[in-house]
Write a new protein. Structure first.
Length: 321
């Protein structure tokens, strides 16, 4: 039997891990051509090139120059100038620039914070087929930023943008499925797993980690610590620190994988190096006062399936929506 303390360490603070509680809508990922370099061209020279082309009506150059001003790359940081360039490119029909403009409006970057206007800009870009804007619009509807909460519409938009290839949209859709399932719609766990698998296959390690956690907790999948270890490994290798921490603890205790204290320490160190505070704490624990505090007792060898499941008190809960 695995010590209860061990199980609780594995799934500590799982609300934040599993559902991203309390956070703002995730920002859109940077565009592929984030103007941080162009085949080794000096950033100052590149900024000048974009400036000239933007003045000549090249909207993509206006957007790229805006990114450089936003990041302070090759030019002095100037969020006001950046947002002005995004607006110019968006007004001319550049949909990625509209997404940048909406983000600036939502967050107050170089312009007054106006979430309602951000929603309008996201909507226009989404209506024209820009899936990242659809994803961000879904997040605004999910969280009620600049618009009334509308979970049904948020689900539709996140599912649409997930299937349309928007980065991280599948994970966002899975998170919403999980939150709604935890409020009584247990059948939604199947949709959660589908979305997380799509996200993992698309390269988002967070989605891979969420599948591992679902196996640990038996949400939408059979409880299986060995299956969880496979998905956590898949998430850890691209440097998801939470997955590395969970897998490291499992490896040290022999939960779902053969016990290997040194390998577990390496995984925990990897997580700690990536600024996971809980992993750092596990690596440098306070000396226990007695055997009970140390979690000594029971069969520490672990089991591949079934045992490594959190008690009801340790189960993740969905965030308020």
């Amino acid at each position: 039997m695995i010590p209860t303390d061990t199980v609780r360490v594995l799934l500590a603070a799982m609300c934040a891990v599993a559902f991203g509680c309390g956070g703002k809508p995730a920002k859109a990922p940077p565009p592929d051509d984030a103007a941080s370099g162009d085949g080794g061209v000096d950033p100052v020279e590149l900024a000048g090139r974009f400036d000239r082309k933007c003045a000549g009506g090249d909207l993509e150059s206006c957007r790229n120059l805006g990114i450089m001003y936003a990041e302070g790359n090759g030019v002095a940081p100037d969020p006001v100038r950046a947002t002005g360039l995004f607006r110019k490119a968006c007004d001319g029909g550049n949909l990625p620039a509209c997404n940048h403009l909406a983000l600036a409006l939502a967050e107050g970057l170089g312009v007054a914070r106006e979430p309602a206007k951000a929603v309008e800009v996201y909507q226009r870009a989404c209506d024209r087929g820009y899936q990242i804007a659809c994803r961000n619009l879904g997040l605004m509807l999910r969280d009620g930023r600049g618009v009334a909460v509308d979970l049904a519409r948020a689900e539709q938009l996140l599912d649409k943008s997930c299937k349309g290839g928007a980065p991280f949209a599948c994970t966002n859709a899975g998170d919403l499925d999980a939150a709604r399932a935890a409020k009584g719609g247990a059948g939604r766990y199947r949709e959660m797993v589908t979305h997380y698998k799509l996200g993992c296959d698309a390269g988002d390690p967070t989605a891979c980690r969420q599948i591992g956690i679902a196996y640990l907790d038996g949400r939408g999948l059979p409880k299986s610590s060995s299956a969880a270890a496979v998905w956590l490994e898949r998430a850890c290798m691209p440097d998801d620190p939470v997955a590395c921490r969970l897998l490291g603890t499992m490896t040290q205790q022999g939960i779902g994988v053969p016990r290997d204290v040194e390998r577990g320490r390496q995984l925990l160190t990897r997580a700690c190096d990536a600024k996971d505070a809980e992993a750092c704490r596990i690596l440098k624990p306070e000396p226990p006062k007695d055997a009970a505090d140390a979690g000594i007792g029971g069969d520490a060898r672990g089991s591949n399936d079934g045992d490594a499941v959190p008690s009801d008190a340790a189960r993740p809960t969905a965030p308020p929506l």
